[in-house]
Design a binder for this molecule. Sequence first.
Ligand code: ADP
Ligand code: MG
Length: 375
Amino acid sequence: MTTPRLTTVPTNTGQTRTGSVVEFTGVTKRYGTHLALTDFDLTLAAGELVALLGPSGSGKTTALRVLAGLESTDAGRILINGDDVSGVATSRRDMGMVFQSYSLFPHLSAGENVEFGLRMRRVPAVERRERAAAALALVGLDAHYDRFAHQLSGGQQQRVALARALVTQPRVLLLDEPLSALDAKVRVGLREQIRRIQTELGITTLFVTHDQDEALAVADRVAVMRDGRLEQVGTPEELYTRPATAFIADFVGLSNRLAGVVRHGFAEVHGITLPLLDPSQADGPVQVFVRPEDLTLAAAGLPGDSLAGTVLLSSFLGSLRRTSVLLEQGGTVVVQHDVRERPEPGERVVVRFSGAPVPVEPDGADTTGARPTPS
Ligand code: ADP
Ligand code: MG
């Protein structure tokens, strides 16, 4: 099956659009005395999908709303293709938006919902119908033109919302937790579909989510927010393998946290010496972050690379297994391993460290709030 392309439909100007460049520079937004965004700098390249990731309340929606013009800013500038849009109304900023809650008009069919933005722009009826049908085909719902929201599943409603956002061929696509209300399987399928369509159209996209798996899976780059500020921006691989801060190490992916000490450019945990991600780290007591996949279960260890412990629990996760081990020296670690290894609770095991470089956090530093709040 060939996917009908939105760009085959003529635009008002008759031109095919390519992705726009979006720049936030020094954007600050206050609600009363609360700083929802502080000195926020972020550039989205043409056609890039950037995921804005962070715990609840970190300012993700605020960043999206100021870009859309739904909120004013207190300082800074927002540029689209070099033009300052600060004084431009939402309706003239040319953005497609999809939100978490299904926002279809219940009294309109799927097709009429998609046509809505075109109707506002006084596009003639025949062209409207044609473009809405093409947009619905893009999300695989061409057969559902006449269905009403209550006749569509949650995932289908979000696909209609996506078609509605794209039909006007916006310069930028804004998605605010578009998958959060859906169940896990639909969520994964739809995020892949969004990514495929976004890549095909080459539309610059800001994808807000509190779900790190989702962010890592769909984005060209991930921008992690904390308390209204950007903590780190990078490719999924960069964030995962080279977290700039302990907050990122803790928030992105799963990490064990172990008490240790930094001495002469290395981290020591219960007598095991590990290289530091940041060798300039000052000496002193720290929390050491170790990925479950950087630990293995072994029959016996060599001194200096392994610790003895007792299995607490082993969880089968389909393609892998995670086993928590209570260490003799105190503390619990999670080890990720092959499903064919089946440690039993109570079994004595040895946990071996791969020696991958570790991020650390000086004792007393604050990473509270690092864990995503389930919503
Ligand atoms: P996120 O989308 O990351 O969960 P938001 O951008 O919605 O976070 O909110 C950031 C902060 O700003 C939160 O502390 C929130 O309570 C506050 N906030 C958001 N919108 C408003 C508003 N309209 N009035 C007052 N405070 C708000
Ligand atoms: Mg939000």
